[in-house]
Design a protein around this ligand. Sequence first.
Ligand code: GDP
Length: 472
Amino acid sequence: SEVATMMSVPTTQIISACMSLGIMVTMNQRLDAETLSIVADEFGYEVDFVTADIEDSIEEIFDAPEDLEARAPIVTVMGHVDHGKTSLLDYIRKENVIAGESGGITQHIGAYGVQLENGQKIAFLDTPGHEAFTAMRARGAQVTDLAIIVIAADDDIMPQTKEAISHAQAAGVPIVFAINKIDRPEANPEKIKERLASMNLLVEDWGGKIQSHDISAKTGLGVKELLEKVILEAEILELKANPNRLASGTVVEAFLDKGRGYVSTVLVQTGTLHVGDYVLAGKNSGKIKAMQDERGKNVKEAGPSTPVSILGLDGATQAGDKFSVLEDEREAKDIASKRAQLHREQSVRTQRHITLAEIGRRIALGDFKELNIILKGDVDGSVEALTDSFQKLSTEEIHVNIIHKAVGAITESDVLLASASDAIIIGFNVRPAGNARQVADKEEIDIRTYSIIYDAINDLKDAMEGMLSPVM
Ligand code: GDP
């Protein structure tokens, strides 16, 4: 109906134009860029995509291989609640201080860097948990190179452990397991490794490729060795960046400080950030007045994989917003204000998520090769049965990929994962819990719930064949 208003034609005409293209739409449905262009053309209009123009005006610089230098890995700690994520981050923060510097890191700025005895560095995101990790991904920011998944050895593989594993895997981020609390008499690390093996996650002790180390986040036992394994794993990734260019990266935290104004912690991913640089971050911009590291020390510059808190932006950016340094202040201001305007006029969504009703058309267009599904069910038996049946629906054209399956209600974290991985959610005898429904509406994630296995399989089959009738 928005398109109809813009072109001053009746909404019904837009709907029938869509129908003649084989697309069943409702009044309030969003059209993708391609459909919009074709429909507008039918009525003699040309579509001008403003968002795309704004983003195109930020010049992307490609680095020559000889300009690239090794950079430190950026690590997120995930795992089930109470398994020791915060304790591990705290221990590392306190104990690993750069040689010669007294005292640990006292500031919580959202990320911190440590240096091991051998001089190697690691940057940690200081917001533990896969929710934060996936929320950033849903906003288009992939910052993490590697995930440490903490599992308490006196407990078991718990639902959030499984979630964390799925979330890391869906992001293609390698995992290092930290089997924690081995100081406790009840600890049984071998049981945990066995349970991991039964999930097809073979750790090194078990002849597999996944790194794992037994630790105590409380006493610090094994933490040094764990970090060495993180470095080893990161070396395989050959992480590189060009430090000699205008900086860009991601915002990890931002707040308003009464005395100092807006403070944003950013993680530099490429280039070097300097005091005095003109920064564009999301809908905000500004000239960097001062920068501080995690020790509260003023710094003049920050290179790749370095977290730093900056002063000088004209607003609170959002975690997951990308930032970049531009040559001149005018340009940074212009783009920021255009983005802000667009944001006010409409909720900007550059990427639409897949829906079951749309799968058939996307397959027919040939731009859709993998259907990601998150599957939640009431009991193990139904989840396994559906996994099996769904996977069997894979064809040569399209691969059905179950990125996460578990017993339990559909949660907000499932919705975020769906948003970050462009997946649909299928619930069997379970419903969205808590905020999941609202977040799904906002993120435009398709949630389908069933109580008959046959119906779920048939719907998916029909959808893949382009036969599913849309829900009006
Ligand atoms: P999170 O929810 O994963 O961040 O877990 P926390 O770090 O808050 O830890 C939960 C509880 O387990 C706290 O009471 C910690 O003191 C305790 N804990 C964490 N690591 C260890 C450990 O290695 N040994 C022992 N004995 N307790 C631990």
